[in-house]
Design a protein around this ligand. Structure first.
Ligand code: GLA
Length: 713
């Protein structure tokens, strides 16, 4: 029996093990559960058993599928790299040129001297147990090397037989879909040039039926805002002694990446995350990762008012100052002027590209508003859509070659096209325009929008596809702006939530989850956005009674309760509010400020198995001492009673008080009286009882919610 050496890296209870033998590439023997001090011993046993049976009608050696799966390995599926040189396919036969490893990191430099290709793969666990995997291809030859794809792939056990990922649309982002793992290559390819409303967000694979709180589950996320390709792949022959492959990379357009001699292509980082505590376990690790990232905001998240649904393009200094005053009175801390302030931007058909203030509506510029807002004690924020152009703009008239589009242009989308940020002059123009406005007006916050897909994104200088270059140039522009203005915060918005990913997030301090402020839609969208993004970075606004995007009418307490679990804000002309509405908003602002420290550090928990159009979700302090839950009824229910509902995440053996709270107004019920415990003298409950068996909760009408404030006593 050949003996293979073993290598294992690990962090926070998760590990990645390799079998390493002379003369062949490393094989991943296990990714997922860590075994603590037994990791090394178990990795050796895995290495000793990593070769499958040799089958009839198959290769004459065991199919050991390497870290860079290829046809040479015997892998008939999607390979790690697809390359061509001088019109010929390159099938690399890589071997290890060098490697390194420590407790949580391993890297391999793989080379094929004949094909003149180098592939570097690096795997690194962070303290939260999220594994970042990086891949880079270098052309060691004398001629052009065409890179069609580079993917990082990890094998999963055969027991992981169900996929859960997300899809969606404008104002309906993050809709979950479950599919069995089948014998197929299941690619979720995004060719939108932006992450997309329908992004998988996190491809999760686990034992059928895994939930928020239970089940072993493996996830992959591509930290990238351009084109991408998520892959789950299985064949009858499995993956060596494992079941299927999970991973992905960037989707590249034909000939988008051609490497000159000596040049390299760096693929987007793919993040892999495992948990045996269901989806909430994945979120706990991912939230910890985001909270530790460099761009993560260092201050408490200010309460926002955004003007979009309040005034749309109807900009008027007096009206906006009056709105700012009401906003200040209810407790707003950041006032954001949305679309409509720049040259000829009286509607959505003109102006994009001309980032100077429209003096026909702002005769004295934006300073009077910005200073007025600051005098009221609030920060001033401003909307930009830097990567976009209207053909009706001075910029396009003077620089048609700056369009990132075929010639003649294809169909417009919201009357707009792309500016080619990879063009150094276009990039420098944007940088100087935005940077000057930030300094002149004192902009604390930019809402950075991106309202169309990139179709036929052709660089007019070269005729080549330019999605990758555009994505990198956008990152560089944001990085440079924040270097120049270190306190500037940026929100990633793309027609709502079409640019939510961990490529943009370390550069931005907020994401706009969706253009819908309909609180029923928002309950669902925020729940699933929260799989990846911690709530304090998810913009969450209370809108008017009748939602602009759906026409649905919802009561104020429900809208406020929904908008509380995020980076909260208002998107509503509250200058027309009644006294009662203002009082509720003021109480809500106070509650948000009371709870935002918990929102910023809490562990997101979501109850499973609620059958009746209801949802329970919450945030539990890291020490388990405090929690806030929302019990929300989204739909009517056929059930005529109140079943027990668990409050997940509390500490077993610890006593807790539970207070039902309706600070913004009473939710309407479908019952005569609530379960009796709610009105009885304060009682305490064991954390185990609350989190595993639960309490009967009020029976609410649809579109209603209450809070449960929980504290250890
Ligand atoms: C997009 C955004 C909205 C708003 C408008 C302005 O749709 O998602 O929030 O900023 O653009 O045009």
């Amino acid at each position: 029996m050949p003996t293979n050496a073993a290598l294992t890296i690990s962090a926070a209870g998760s590990s990645l093990s390799f079998s390493v033998s002379d003369g062949s590439l490393p094989v991943i023997t296990n990714w997922g559960r860590g075994f603590g001090e037994n990791d090394a011993g178990i990795a050796e046993q895995l290495a000793a058993t990593d070769a499958p049976a040799i089958m009839h009608s198959s290769f004459d050696a065991p199919r050991r599928i390497s870290i860079a799966p290829s046809q040479y390995d015997g892998w008939s599926g999607t390979p790690a790299v697809e390359l061509a040189r001088e019109g010929r396919a390159v099938y690399p036969r890589l071997s290890v040129a060098s490697s390194f490893a420590d407790a949580s990191t391993a890297g391999f430099v793989l080379e094929d001297e004949k094909a003149q290709v180098r592939l570097q793969l690096a795997y690194s666990f962070d303290a939260a147990g999220v594994l970042s995997a990086a891949a880079e291809v270098t052309n060691l030859g004398e001629t052009l090397l065409t890179v069609s794809s580079v993917r990082v792939l990890l094998p999963l056990p055969g027991t992981a037989d169900e996929i859960l990922d997300l899809t969606g649309r404008w104002s309906g982002e993050r809709q979950p879909q479950r599919t069995p793992v089948a014998d197929a290559a299941r690619h979720r390819t995004a060719r939108r040039g932006r992450t997309g409303h329908d992004s998988p967000l996190l491809t999760m694979v686990g034992r059928t039926g895994f939930g928020f709180r239970t089940g072993e589950v493996w996830g992959a996320h591509i930290a990238w805002s351009g084109n991408s390709d998520y892959l789950v792949e299985r064949y009858s022959e499995g993956v060596g002694v494992l079941g299927s492959m999970l991973g992905g990379g960037e989707h590249l357009e034909p000939a988008e990446v051609e490497l000159e001699p000596g040049a390299s292509y760096t693929a987007p980082v793919v993040m892999f995350v495992w948990s045996d505590e269901g989806i909430d376990g994945l979120s706990a690790r991912l939230h910890a990762k985001v909270r530790a990232s460099t761009g993560y905001p260092t201050t408490e998240r200010p309460l926002v008012l955004n003007t979009w649904e309040a005034v749309y393009f109807d900009h008027d200094l007096d009206r906006l100052l009056a709105l700012a005053e009401v906003a200040r009175d209810v407790g707003v801390e950041r006032f954001v002027l949305d679309d409509g302030w720049f040259l000829r931007r009286r509607d959505d058909q003109a102006g994009l590209g001309d980032w100077s203030v429209d003096t026909s509506v702002w005769p004295d510029g934006l300073l009077p508003l910005a200073e007025g807002v600051r005098k009221l004690g609030m920060e001033f924020g401003l909307w930009f859509e830097p990567e976009m152009l209207n053909l009706n703009s001075d910029l396009v008239r003077s620089h048609p070659d700056w369009l990132l589009a075929a010639d003649p242009v294809g169909p417009s989308w919201r009357f707009q096209y792309l500016l080619n940020l990879a063009h150094p002059d276009a990039w420098a123009y944007l940088l100087e325009e935005i940077s000057a406005l930030v300094a002149e007006i004192g902009i604390a916050f930019i809402k950075w929008d991106h309202n169309r897909d990139l179709h036929e994104a052709v660089d007019r200088r070269t005729g080549k596809a330019g999605v990758r270059a555009q994505t990198l140039a956008t990152y560089a522009l944001i990085d440079e702006l924040r270097r120049r203005h270190p306190r500037l915060e940026i929100e990633s918005c793309a027609s709502g939530g079409a640019r939510v990913d961990l490529g943009i997030l370390p550069r931005t301090q907020r994401i706009w989850a969706s253009d819908t402020n309909d609180a029923i839609e928002r309950q669902r969208i925020q729940r699933w956005t929260g799989v990846l993004v911690p709530p304090e970075l998810v913009g969450s606004h209370v809108g008017p009674k009748r939602a602009h995007t759906t026409g649905r009418e919802l009561d104020l307490p429900f809208r406020l309760t929904t908008a509380l679990f995020g980076h909260s804000g208002i998107e509503w002309d509250i200058s027309g509010c009644t006294d009662d509405e203002r009082a509720a908003l003021t109480e809500w602002a106070r509650t948000y400020k009371e709870y935002r420290s918990l929102i910023g550090i809490g562990r997101t928990v979501r109850a499973d198995g609620l059958r009746h159009g209801s949802m329970l979700h919450g945030l539990v302090a890291p020490d388990g001492g405090r929690a806030l839950y929302a019990w929300a009824q989204l739909d009517t229910s056929p059930v005529a009673t109140s079943e027990r509902v668990v409050l997940p995440g509390l500490t077993a053996g610890r006593p807790y008080s539970v207070v039902l709270s309706e600070p913004f107004g009473k939710a309407s019920r479908r019952s005569i009286a609530d379960p009796a415990w709610i009105s009885s003298a304060p009682t305490t409950f064991d954390g185990a009882m609350l989190s595993t068996i639960g309490l009967p909760l009020p029976v609410l009408n649809p579109g209603q919610a209450v809070l449960l404030e929980v504290a250890a006593v």
